[in-house]
Design a protein around this ligand. Sequence first.
Ligand code: AKB
Length: 316
Amino acid sequence: MADKILIIGACGQIGTELTLKLREIHGAEAVVASDIREGAEELMQSGPFEILDATDEPGIRAVVKKYEINQVYLMAAMLSATAEKAPMKAWNLNMNSLFHILEMGKEGLIDKIFWPSSIAVFGPTTPKDQTPQITAMEPTTVYGISKQTGERWCEYFHRKFGVDVRSIRYPGIISYKTLPGGGTTDYAIEIFHEALKNKSYTSFLAKDAELPMMYMDDAIKATIDIMEAPSEKISIRSSYNLAAINFTPEVLAKEIQKHLKDFEISYEPDFRQQIAESWPSSIDDSQARSDWGWKHDYDLEKMTSTMLKGVGERLE
Ligand code: AKB
């Protein structure tokens, strides 16, 4: 039987581009986008769409039944900075949505699940450089706690009930088609918009706040690759470390200045700096590379020139 895919949270930063890519691969009718509200025109017009709240279990079940869905990508989540402002709302969204989908996997209604984790699962006691796959994890944010707990449940549902759930720990994802919302790594996108619009940017992270990042195309490739890998290649059922580029706001600003000579950056760190300080600077993702062949394509130079071109065209 051909795959029928449901994306929950399809209008978000990653969901939008993931939906478009999956429609290109599987055909528009095979990929149902859903979100609590409508999203980008490109997404809305390219295939089926349902208004769906990720915490509405009966609603999700009805959509799964209506379209005979067998794969779910659960992309809805409240990110690190926003979650600090609404802890219980974030916890309910991030956890309940996952339980609904894992339960449907256990019941055999869905064959395969993708659920994103994050570098936010790590905390101040984690080794900062080349953070290993298996290490100390004492997250200090609500978002990080929810992602770490989610990882434990994914592994549990796989071990106990054979649910085929797959996951990666996304670093900060950089893209220009859809804006991110409420993350600590969002500065790395805002900077491009401000550089092109105003030739200056005030960073909410300190100049030396080094974080793991990745260009969107690499993130989409990793997401689809892990879902297409044969089940026996997936040795980690909590979530895989995944890495591409690491940089600080200062290093990124210097790279942008190679293209825009008069661009200026200043720094006014806010509460997000503390979150950034609790996360790794770089990640060891050798397990993903050896298990299912993960390899990134975008380095700092390629990402920066692609972003300047993409954001520039959108601003025209
Ligand atoms: C955030 O900053 O909250 C996210 C993430 C790293 O998961 N981009």
